[in-house]
Design a protein around this ligand. Structure first.
Ligand code: G3H
Ligand code: ZN
Length: 270
């Protein structure tokens, strides 16, 4: 079916998973997993993934949209962790229904100014905009362990920027390869009660299933997952590599392993 709007999938009170697309196989696996689970899903392409594809968002975005259009799943397309405004301004031309502008590494006032400008542009093009306050750790070495989003600051930030959703730092960290993150559930509840916009959890690969369920019950809405798919992909490739030179021999099990990971996580995040 045609792509749906991110705003239609991100609604307070329910969880919606957003998985990172790096290759065509990721897109196929995410959408197959969504079909198997009978759940909608967000496919997100990060600035890093765009860089991996030579700096052009078009080919991987078009491929993901085409896979979605050939499926029965409800799929939205999101541009993730954009720091380069030049890339942000291309989002509307490549089928993205939403973007995340990531100014979290800037000091507060600068983050406000840059995010407000990003939100104004996004809204002028009919896009939904997510931002980040509090800096979820694990990105590019800019890890600040223990950093948390302050609810009062979050209220002021959302008011000053006009964003549609807010990524908050509540104990998760990007790129964890073990599922040992413990979330600050009291803070999640305080943020949910203080803010009218949906909350976004980044770095969710490191969060155990029970913690993810509790986070959604406490008010987390968009749950971003990337590394878990890469663990499934790479593990399957290692196992299947053998001596064949045909990439299909290892990409097919890698795609199946990612699809099963997606299916499972979609039963957790509902
Ligand atoms: O924005 C993307 C996510 O935060 C992915 O984080 O790779 O740690 O699951 P993760
Ligand atoms: Zn993230």
């Amino acid at each position: 079916m045609p792509l749906v709007k991110t705003a239609d999938l991100v609604t307070p009170g329910t969880g919606i998973a957003a998985f990172n697309v790096i290759t065509l196989e990721h897109a196929e696996a995410i959408i197959a997993g969504a079909e198997a689970a009978g759940r909608p899903v967000i496919c997100q392409i990060s600035e890093n993934a765009v860089r991996f594809h030579g700096g052009r968002p078009g080919p991987i975005a078009a491929a993901t949209a085409a896979v979605a259009q050939g499926s029965s799943a409800r799929v939205a397309l999101h541009l993730d962790h954009v720091m380069d405004t030049g890339l942000l301004y291309q989002a509307a031309d490549h089928g993205f229904g939403s973007a995340m502008y990531d100014g979290s590494h800037h000091p507060y006032e600068e983050n406000v100014a840059l995010t407000a400008a990003a939100a104004e542009w996004a809204h002028s093009r009919g896009l939904w905009l997510e931002a980040e306050l509090g800096e979820v750790g694990g990105k590019d070495g800019a890890h600040a362990p223990g950093v948390r989003t302050d609810p009062d600051e979050a209220v002021a930030f959302v008011k000053a920027t006009g964003v549609d959703a807010l990524a908050v730092a509540v104990g998760s960290s990007h790129a964890m390869t073990d599922r040992t993150a413990a979330l600050d559930h009291d803070l999640i509840v305080r943020l949910r009660d203080a803010l009218a916009v949906p909350l976004v959890l980044h770095g969710s690969s490191g969060v155990p299933d029970a913690e993810l369920r509790r986070a959604v019950a406490n008010g987390m809405v968009k749950i971003n997952i990337g590394t878990a798919l890469n663990i499934a992909f790479t593990g399957a490739v290692r196992e299947a590599l053998g001596t064949s030179v045909d990439p299909r021999k290892y990409l097919a099990p890698a795609r199946d392993a990612m699809a099963e990971t997606v299916r499972h996580l979609l039963t957790v995040i509902a």
